[in-house]
Design a protein around this ligand. Structure first.
Ligand code: SAM
Length: 294
């Protein structure tokens, strides 16, 4: 089977199988060998690695992964792609397993136990953009043993993952990702590298998982509720965001006291107009701990 990174080879496979793209599955297939090489380089894959791929499509990234890794497990939701994948990857490589399932329904911890003796794996994906955040957050929150994730996502999402306080891209996703991992953008990828072309630009983001979180907090799940509440209404003050949250059940007095205590403890100037977007992760950790203590 020829290199599917070459557009003419992808077109030949699509024609051979009469494949129709399904919008509902976010199908935008890569057709650029340079981008494929960048993904594999950013993922730093060696012959020791088990790689989990999410959404192989017709097997373009999969081919590159099979060359670089010890073993590849790839999970595809669209059953009409399975015979194509069998042709483009299984017939060529003996180090690939294809699973026909929704990645959100796969027990990845069990898979890592079975295929890698519980040792951490690498995740690589050109993600379907309609469920980027749920996929990333479910991998992070389930504490799947993962060394790194190298992911093609919408450029805007990549920027949000990497953003720091006070910028327009900074929000709950930035803090959630940065709590678990160190993100960096490895490449920007224009729409013409895909078939069909997406409407927006994309980026390859690498998330290297941390051994332990960068801050300590009494109850991380509660801290994330505080973070969510603080960004739910970006134009409101932090106190109002906390008070208006249906998940937190905090009175305005308690929220005001907690914000003042946090400002004092973190050496911040008192500011009744303070907004959540100004706070760092350590400051959110202090705020959450003060609120738990209330
Ligand atoms: N990896 C291929 C490539 O780069 O050419 C295809 C990438 S395409 C952006 C996303 C792929 O994810 C599609 O093949 C789509 O069918 C698949 N997909 C969508 N939702 C999925 C899910 N919940 N679980 C597994 N695969 C999914």
């Amino acid at each position: 089977m020829a290199d599917l990174g070459e557009p003419r080879n992808t077109i030949a496979v699509l024609q051979k199988y009469g494949f129709d793209f399904k919008k509902k599955f976010g199908q935008n297939f890569l057709i650029d060998t340079h981008v494929l090489e960048k993904i594999v380089a950013a993922a730093d894959i060696t012959k020791d690695d088990l790689v989990l791929e999410i959404g192989p499509g017709i097997g373009t990234v999969t081919q590159y992964l099979c060359e670089a890794a010890r073993e590849v497990v790839t999970v595809e939701i669209d059953k009409t792609l399975i015979p194509i994948l069998t042709d483009t990857t299984l017939s060529m490589y003996d180090n690939v397993t294809i699973i026909n399932n929704d990645i959100l329904k796969v027990d990845i911890n069990a898979l890592v136990d079975e295929k890698n003796g519980g040792k951490p794996i690498k995740v690589v994906a050109n993600l379907p953009y309609y469920i980027t955040t749920p996929i990333i957050m479910s991998l992070l929150e389930k504490h799947v043993p993962v060394i790194s994730m190298t992911l093609m996502v919408q450029e805007e999402v990549a920027r949000r993952m990497q953003a720091g306080p006070g910028t327009k891209d900074y929000g709950a996703l930035s803090l959630a990702v940065q709590y678990y991992a160190e993100p960096y953008i490895a490449a920007f990828v224009p729409p013409n590298c895909f078939m069909p072309r997406p409407k927006v630009g994309s980026a390859v983001v690498n998330l290297t998982l941390r051994d332990k979180p960068p801050v300590e907090t009494k109850d991380p799940a509660f801290m994330f509720k505080v973070i969510k509440a603080s960004f739910a209404q970006r134009r409101k003050t932090l106190v109002n965001g906390l008070t208006n949250s249906p998940e937190l059940d905090i009175s305005k007095d308690d929220a005001t006291r907690a914000v003042l205590a946090m400002e004092e403890s973190c050496g911040l100037k008192q500011d009744p107009m303070l907004r959540g977007e100004k706070l760092t992760l350590p400051e959110f950790a202090v705020l959450a701990d003060v609120l738990i203590g209330e």
